[in-house]
Design a protein around this ligand. Structure first.
Ligand code: NAP
Length: 243
């Protein structure tokens, strides 16, 4: 069995990634923080389409939860390992910096950056010995490339994910593990539903927000054999908003 773990797979981009990876033949491990009904919904869609999926609840920002959940999964799957990891879990807590609370700063950094580190570190130990099979895709953001006012915390977290992607790609290239990032622009999910969509669309050369499936398609490419010689890259999926 080929296993793929998608953090934050219950909703939005992560959900579309889970569905797409299941179509590629992966048994998808759907991680989520708290929304079990949304996670069950993603699993049902996969199963209705003839795919296979499991749920694995843990908070990516909590090192103990990450270690416990992944160790338990490994104990119950002694002959298997996770060959694809998509670090997708993320949150927004926007504020201008002079008013930003410690909690707004650290919760965003802890979820995107620390969470990606905890999960990646654990799974790398199993990916590296199996040459040419490990694929890691980090879901960063346009904010991490450009910086967005009101998102100092989020921009810092996503820029750091890009740095981590480039460093790790060089560390593990000889072990056959690829590490890439995707930098979405505005994507139509719960995360963006409180934004002034009509105003923001005018900033996008394509005149619309992207769909979660348009991000999932790039994940599918990056984990496919067609992307076997691509590592340390950041691919923008932003309708021409910024390159
Ligand atoms: P979303 O619709 O808000 O979904 C967020 C997902 O992350 C949910 O599955 C949620 O689980 C999970 N999650 C949040 N905190 C978690 C934690 N501590 N541990 C485990 N899972 C956690 O977000 P989205 O728009 O799909 O965004 C997905 C990723 O793309 C994020 O990293 C985001 O920063 C990035 N991104 C999004 C956009 C955009 O325009 N939407 C643009 C650029 C980048 P629950 O369902 O349990 O809450």
């Amino acid at each position: 069995m080929k296993y793929a773990l998608v953090t934050g797979g219950s909703r939005g981009i992560g959900k579309a990634v889970c569905v797409r990876l299941a179509q590629m033949g992966y048994t998808v491990i759907i991680n989520y923080a708290s929304n079990s009904s949304a996670a069950e919904g993603t699993k049902s869609i996969i199963e209705q389409n003839g795919g296979m999926a499991e749920l694995l609840q843990f908070d990516v920002s909590d090192k103990c939860q990450v270690e416990n959940a992944l160790t338990q999964w490994e104990d119950s799957h002694p002959d298997d390992y996770i060959s694809v990891l998509v670090n997708n879990a993320g949150i927004r807590r926007d504020n201008v910096m002079f008013m930003m609370s410690d909690e707004e700063w650290s919760s965003v950094i802890n979820t995107s950056l620390d969470g990606s580190f905890y999960v990646t570190r654990h799974l790398l130990k199993h990916m590296m010995p199996r040459k040419r099979t490990g694929k890691i895709v980090n879901i960063a953001s346009l904010s991490g490339l450009k910086g967005m006012p009101g998102q100092g915390n989020y921009s810092a977290a996503k820029a750091a994910m890009i740095g981590m992607t480039k460093a790790l790609a060089q560390e593990v290239a000889a072990r056959g593990v690829t590490v890439n990032a995707i930098a979405p622009g505005f994507i139509d999910t719960d995360m963006t539903k409180d934004l002034a969509v009509d105003e923001l669309k005018k900033l996008v050369p394509m005149g619309r927000f992207g769909s979660p499936e348009e991000v999932a398609g790039v994940v599918a490419f990056l984990v496919s054999d067609d992307a076997g010689y691509i590592t340390g890259e950041v691919i923008s999926v932003n309708g021409g908003l910024y390159t």
